[in-house]
Design a protein around this ligand. Sequence first.
Ligand code: SF4
Length: 194
Amino acid sequence: MSELQKLVAEVRACRVCADVLPLGPRPILQGSSTARLLIASQAPGAKAHETGLAFSDASGDRLREWLGLSKEQFYDPVRVAILPMGMCYPGRSPNGGDSPPRPECARIWRAKLLEAMPALRLALLVGNYAQDYALGRGKMTVRVRDFRHNLPRYFPLPHPSWRSRIWEHKNPWFREEVLPALRREVTDVLTKAC
Ligand code: SF4
């Protein structure tokens, strides 16, 4: 069993947040020692909790459209890793939307998991939590607009929830300038895989 497989088995048995997760622990992640593209996301939604598959909802369809990837490409762990900041569904926030990812999760698991995936070349930082973790605190819109500053290692993106449609409408440069560059970077990193 590889180091990564051992770690994933430990993650799947994790119950650190069991007392505060409304539906209980069900860590959702994908990856391999050969994966070159990391999708550093926020936390699984209720549908992902139910299906056991990350981004198995409308947000996932939107993200795949942004990236120019089919479902087959997106869910190929040989090339693509998906690692949320909190790997279990955190429940609903009283303010609407989902609660933030459990902060324990990244502290306990993230560095070890990333270390066990040494082929990663490009990390898509999907939403503020992943961006703050990798880049320090900042404003999502500014980071996405200035995406070139963090290449070739990181590419910041909004979270692809339904709210991102309103955000896209206010920021037309995202579709005009950022998405073509994003698709080039993703294609480049994946076609050089293995
Ligand atoms: S969110 Fe992370 S730390 Fe908490 S139970 Fe799930 S895997 Fe464990």
